[in-house]
Design a protein around this ligand. Structure first.
Ligand code: FPP
Length: 264
C-alpha cells in the first residue's frame, strides 16, 4: 500500500492542546432522515453535505488529519438498496470533490478492504489517491469497508506473507502494517448521535485517543459542533498511563512555542 506523506510534512496545530488527528464516527443519518419523514438515503446525502464545514473548521484550527468512518465491514448487512445507494454516493462524492481537495492540497486515502468495492469505485479511489498522493496541506482518510479487527488481521497476514518473524513482532511493526501506516494515531475520536461505542473503528490506533460523544446527529454536526469537540479536547489532561510531570509553563510573552508541554 502507498504511504502517506511523512507526518513531519503535515503542518502541526499551532496550539499544543489541539489534536493533530481527529477520527469521526458519523452516526445518526438514518435518525435525521426519520425525523423529517425522508428516506434513509436522504440522511446519508445530508451526511455528505455535513463533511465540508467540519473539514474547513478543522483546517482553520490547524487540525490537518481527519479520518471519517463512512462504511464498516458490518454495514453490508444493511438492506441492499441502502448499501447500493451509499456506494453510489461515495463514487459521486469522490467525482465531485477530488479536484477541489487536490487544489487545496488535501491528500485522500481510503482505509479498508477495497476488494469488495465495485471495480468502478475501486478505480475512482485509486485515481483520487494517485492524484492527491503528493498533497501535504492535510490528509483526509475515508474508511470504507473498514473494520478495526479486519485491519489487524490484514496487517498480520501481510507481515506473515512477507516472511516477517512473527515470534519477534512488536508494536511499531504492526502499526507500520496497518492501513494508517505512517500516520500518527488519532488524538481525538468524535462520535455523533449519542451511542457510547467504538464500533470497530481504529481499534489499534485508538489506544490513547480521547473520546467525545455528542447527541447531535451527524447531518446537524457543523462548525460549532466541531469547535465544541476541539474545545473539550483542549480541556483534557492526557496522561498516556503515566503520572503527569509538573508542567514548566512557557511565559505568555515567549511567543508560540509549539508543543512545549505535549506529553507525546
Ligand atoms: C451512520 O448513520 C452512517 C453511515 C453508516 C454512513 C455514513 C456515510 C456518510 C455520512 C456519507 C459519507 C460519504 C463520503 C464520501 C465520505 P446511520 O445510518 O447508522 O444512522 P442511524 O443510526 O440514525 O440509523
Amino acid at each position: 500500500m502507498q504511504r502517506p506523506p511523512d507526518p513531519a510534512a503535515i503542518p502541526l496545530p499551532a496550539r499544543a492542546d489541539l489534536p493533530r488527528h481527529v477520527g469521526i464516527i458519523m452516526d445518526g443519518n438514518g435518525r435525521w432522515a426519520r425525523q423529517r419523514h425522508l428516506p434513509r438515503v436522504a440522511g446519508h446525502r445530508a451526511g455528505v453535505r455535513a463533511i465540508r464545514p467540519v473539514m474547513e473548521a478543522c483546517h482553520q484550527a490547524d487540525v490537518h488529519i481527519l479520518t471519517l468512518y463512512a462504511f464498516s465491514t458490518e454495514n453490508w448487512q444493511r438492506p441492499r438498496g441502502e448499501v447500493m445507494a451509499l456506494m453510489r454516493l461515495f463514487g459521486e462524492t469522490i467525482d465531485r470533490e477530488v479536484g477541489e481537495l487536490h487544489e487545496n492540497g488535501v491528500q485522500i486515502r481510503v482505509l479498508g478492504d477495497r476488494a469488495r468495492l465495485s471495480e468502478s469505485l475501486q478505480e475512482k479511489v485509486a485515481q483520487a489517491e494517485a492524484l492527491t498522493a503528493g498533497d501535504t496541506s492535510a490528509i483526509l482518510n475515508v474508511a470504507i469497508n473498514y473494520g478495526g479487527r479486519r485491519e489487524i488481521v490484514d496487517a498480520i497476514r501481510e507481515l506473515a506473507g512477507s516472511g516477517e518473524d512473527l515470534t519477534a513482532l512488536d508494536e511499531p511493526t504492526i502499526s507500520d502494517a496497518l492501513y494508517t501506516r505512517g500516520l500518527p494515531d488519532p488524538d481525538l475520536i468524535v462520535r455523533t448521535a449519542g451511542e457510547l461505542r467504538i464500533s470497530n473503528f481504529l481499534l489499534w490506533q485508538a489506544a490513547y485517543a480521547e473520546l467525545y460523544v455528542t447527541d447531535t446527529l451527524w447531518p446537524d454536526f457543523g462548525e460549532t459542533a466541531i469547535h465544541d469537540a476541539l474545545a473539550d479536547f483542549s480541556s483534557r489532561e492526557r496522561k498516556f498511563g503515566a503520572i503527569p510531570a509538573p508542567i514548566e509553563r512557557v511565559p505568555a510573552h515567549a511567543g508560540n512555542v509549539q508543543h512545549a508541554d505535549r506529553a507525546e
